[in-house]
Design a protein. Structure first.
Length: 160
């Protein structure tokens, strides 16, 4: 059996004129939105790219160019499905994923379990194979100054 890991980080700037963000496929009232070519779901972007990374494939921009107007507004669920199909195509299954969301507001205490359940459902894996954490950057950098939201994703895949 072959075991591989993948890691990725995604970040998007905040648009203060928006009202909600999407994290892990869950709509969250935030008083802002995220600037992106897609729906801006940093969780699914980081997760998808970590899966591609584990297979030694290109980054998200290789497959979903921000200059491609035909995919403007694409759902990040489609991006995740693309990465999941690559995992299957290469003969692997997902063992577990770990996600750490970085943002100052809103607090995700009431959303982490919903995000976890949604990701487990989208990936067709057990709930205990998904870990979702959230934290602030204590006022440091763009995220800490409430100018951006980011997510770090790590995955473990195993050959079938």
């Amino acid at each position: 059996m072959k075991i591989k890991t993948g890691i990725s980080f995604d970040i998007h700037r905040i648009d203060k004129s928006g009202k909600e963000i999407v994290l892990g496929g869950v709509n969250i009232p935030a008083g802002y939105s995220l600037i992106a070519h897609s729906d801006g779901d940093v969780v699914l972007h980081a997760l998808s790219e970590s899966l591609l990374s584990s297979l030694g494939l290109g980054d998200l921009g290789t497959y979903f160019s921000p200059n491609d107007e035909s995919i403007k507004g694409i759902s990040s669920k489609e991006i995740l499905n693309f990465a999941l199909n690559k995992v299957i195509e290469y003969g692997y299954s997902i063992s577990n994923v770990c996600l750490h969301i970085f943002m100052e507001k809103p607090k995700l205490k009431h959303y982490k379990e919903l995000i976890k359940e949604n990701i487990a459902h989208m990936m067709n894996i057990d709930l205990d194979s998904v870990s979702v954490h959230a934290g602030t950057l204590e006022g440091c950098g763009e995220i800490g100054k409430e100018e951006a939201v980011g997510c770090l994703a790590n995955c473990l895949i195993c050959s079938k």
